[in-house]
Design a protein around this ligand. Structure first.
Ligand code: ZN
Length: 211
């Protein structure tokens, strides 16, 4: 593990703009603004280990989420079920290319890229393999973080689908469970990854090397 990062730079309270010298905190500690009480800075517990484990768990759910049936419908006495992959191939087959691309992007590509990114970052920190390239990589990963709200949106759709189960002959399958767990892991990595700690360490390790 890398030693705790600490700089003498000033940080501003996000709520009231009061300026403070950046504190050196241990894991699990947080600094609060003396003026308004908002959290200025927080060091999360076991951030790297938890992110590493969650991203591996999320990637393990990827294959079942894509190939197992996610939903079944009984129509005219006949039962049909489909996996996420079936849905995408059906959409392509019927000429709905744009919708197929959107489903692929938002249901598979974005969560997967975020999990792989989190796995790579936590792997480099866990095994002390920090290289200058990682700073650029983390900047790109940070851009993807804004897509994390999309997972919440997808989870909301799944919850509403579950509500429909009472009224229709709809059944959920193991694929949907794997898909929910995949989205959950993809959302949780942004909660467990201590971005302040990663930024500070990368700035210290990579920028010092360049200067
Ligand atoms: Zn404040």
């Amino acid at each position: 593990m890398v030693d705790q990062a600490c700089t003498s730079e000033l940080i501003a309270c996000q709520q009231c703009d009061a300026l403070y010298k950046q504190p050196c905190l241990n894991e699990g500690q947080k600094a609060e603004c003396g003026r308004c009480g908002a959290t200025l800075f927080e060091r999360k517990n076991n951030s790297i280990e938890r992110t590493f484990s969650l991203s591996i768990a999320g990637l393990l759910f990827l294959t079942p989420a894509i190939i197992l049936p996610i939903i079944g419908v009984t129509l005219a006495g006949q039962f049909h079920n489909a996996s996420l992959l079936d849905c995408i191939t059906q959409l392509i087959g019927k000429g709905f290319y744009m919708i197929a691309i959107l489903v692929f992007m938002f249901a598979i590509a974005v969560p997967t890229v975020r999990l792989i990114g989190a796995l790579y970052i936590s792997y480099c920190f866990k095994f002390n393999k920090i290289k200058p390239f990682l700073l650029h990589f983390f900047r790109a990963y940070h851009q993807l973080d804004s897509w994390s709200m999309l997972n919440v949106f997808l989870l909301a759709i799944i919850v509403s689908m579950y509500k429909l189960l009472d009224d229709t002959e709809l059944s959920v399958d193991y694929g949907l469970l794997a898909f929910v767990l995949l989205l959950l892991c993809s959302t949780l990595v942004s909660v467990t990854l201590d971005q302040d700690y990663v930024w500070q360490t990368l700035e210290k390790e990579c920028l010092d090397e360049n200067s």
